[in-house]
Design a protein around this ligand. Structure first.
Ligand code: KIV
Ligand code: ZN
Length: 525
């Protein structure tokens, strides 16, 4: 396919804003920066780095991304309210000419009546004022009529026309609650192109939520009717059922370029790594059968498929795993590898660690290489995750012994380290994990309630690292954590401590949005 500029679909990544808003997916500053740098390697066009008014943490994250991440445009979100817009402008300022302010205001009848209690004329007025205020700070202004998919088309056209006239350069059409179906959503976009003067002079984006599992389909329908930007997140994370999944929509456009006739600038070989990084840093695992990046996406179990694959790969595979960055030959270093080779390999993978983090990662790597014959890139990513977090490890696991069996009462002995001080205790439980977590609670003086526990092998082989993802409630907060080890009880203990450390950190920093019911008033899906 000949790549014409008019057929290029802009990829607007909102993993750090809408994605991070989903319960339990909180990331600290350092983690957000790592994700943003990876998004730059993936060559997304725009990174929505956060909602600066929501909290000091969000503000700082947007500002740091704007300072340190080169390549994509850096965008911040704001309501059509002066203080939001001014704060957003301040946060994106370090991006210079690459900064964007994204203002939004709900337009649907249901939002007008129950949330905003405003008439149509007032909505138009506020949208115009918002765009104009943003425009004073920054030439690149995006406007979103929230819940556009449920807004009367005639009114939607009026709001969009007014926003364009006020100076918006990008118009984003959100399906905020994932209500649309593809044909209808495509028609809405076509309607806007037919009824809004000046729409051809702006870029039209779509922002689809996945409540009916249609976010990717709706986004594809929209670009076939003139939209040229897709807002999406890595692994499709986001509020409720999430957002349009970046990897799915990008690979659909690429794999079916014969039918879609459009293209993106995404460096698809970075997709798998981006997915792994977001999984690691948010603690939100993807299901095995997830398209493109799930563990089974390129696995062929059935004999008939394997036979076909051996004869000709394309009999059962529409994409090559290498196209999304799954090499299968990412075997790396052994236990005799030196620091230098380790550091060089990390750099090749895109990680730049501070000297102390590098020391920690190297020590963990040597320990793992001692237990495990082959160390893969995925094992390394799991190790790195523990080093790059800016959530302080208040408690670390110093020693764990469990005794269990079909005729023994499961008992755990745990030693935890806190500020160089060692504390130990022992407890019985319903199983080895239960006994271990109860002992941790006793030592730390907390009472966690585990909501979810999932275990995944990071790579293949009986000696694979087991990665535990956990959701735990402490007090009034729900947190997600991860831990990995070749021993699954130890992985569980680490994941639990990860949740506990996040809880202690958020209490200290008063981080907003640590779970349902604790979102800041200002957050937005
Ligand atoms: O879902 C939504 O409507 C949003 C807007 C802010 C774009 O996230
Ligand atoms: Zn959204």
């Amino acid at each position: 396919m000949q790549r014409k500029a008019k057929d290029r679909v802009v990829i607007f990544d909102t993993t750090l804003r809408d994605g991070e808003q989903c319960p339990g997916a909180n990331m600290g500053l350092r983690e957000k920066l790592e994700v943003a740098k990876q998004l730059a390697r993936l060559k997304v066009d725009i990174i929505e780095a956060g909602f600066p008014i929501a909290s000091p943490g969000d503000f700082e994250a947007v500002q740091e991304v704007a300072k340190k991440v080169k390549g994509p445009r850096i965008c911040g979100l704001a309501r059509c309210i002066d203080k939001d817009i001014d704060r957003c402008a301040e946060a994106i300022a370090p991006a210079g000419s690459k900064g964007r302010i994204h203002v939004f205001l709900a337009t649907s009848a249901i939002h007008r009546k129950f949330k905003l209690k405003k008439a149509k004329t007032e909505i138009i007025k506020q949208a115009v004022l918002g765009v104009k205020r943003a425009k004073k700070h920054c030439p690149d202004v995006q406007f979103s009529p929230e819940d556009a998919a449920r807004t009367e088309r005639t009114f939607l056209s009026e709001v969009v026309s007014a926003a364009i006239e006020a100076g918006a350069t990008t118009i984003n059409i959100p399906d905020t609650v994932g209500y649309a179906v593809p044909e209808e959503f495509g028609d809405t976009i076509a309607y806007l192109f037919d009824h809004v003067p000046g729409i051809k002079n702006v870029v039209v984006h779509v922002h689809c939520h996945n409540d009916l599992g249609l976010a990717v389909a709706n986004s594809l329908a929209a670009i076939q009717h003139g939209a040229r930007g897709i807002e999406c997140t890595i692994n499709g994370i986001g509020e409720r059922a999430g957002n349009c999944s970046l990897e799915e929509v990008v690979m659909a456009i690429r794999t079916r370029s014969d039918a879609i006739n459009l293209w993106t600038g995404i460096h698809t070989r970075e997709l798998f790594r981006s997915s792994r990084l977001v999984t690691q840093l948010t603690g939100m695992a993807v299901q095995r059968n997830k398209a493109i990046v799930g563990a089974n996406a390129f696995a062929h179990e059935a004999g008939i498929h394997q036979d076909g694959m051996l004869k000709e790969r394309t009999t059962y595979e529409i994409m090559a795993p290498e196209d999304v960055g799954i090499s299968g030959t990412d075997l790396v270093l052994g236990k005799h590898s030196g620091r230098h080779a380790f550091k060089a390999h990390l750099q090749k993978m895109g990680f730049t660690l501070k000297p102390k983090e590098l020391e920690g990662a190297y020590a963990a790597f040597i320990k793992l290489a001692d237990k495990k014959k082959t160390v893969y890139d995925d094992d390394i990513v799991a190790i790195i995750q523990e080093q790059v977090s800016d959530i302080p490890s208040v408690y670390t696991l110093d020693y764990l012994h469990v005794s269990t069996g079909s005729t023994t009462i499961p008992t755990a002995t745990v030693r935890l380290k806190k500020d160089e001080k060692i504390s130990s205790d022992a407890a019985c439980g319903d199983g080895p994990v239960d006994a271990t977590l109860k002992t941790i609670d006793r030592i730390a003086g907390v009472q966690g309630r585990m909501l979810d526990f999932s275990l995944q092998a990071v790579t293949q082989g009986k000696d694979a690292l087991g990665e535990v993802s956990m959701r735990v409630t402490f007090g009034d907060q729900t947190l997600t954590g991860k831990g990995s080890s070749t021993d699954i009880v130890e992985a569980g203990a680490k994941a639990y401590l990860n949740c506990l450390n996040r809880y202690l950190y958020s209490k200290k920093k008063r981080l907003p949005r640590q779970g349902r019911g604790h979102k800041s008033k200002e957050t937005k899906s």
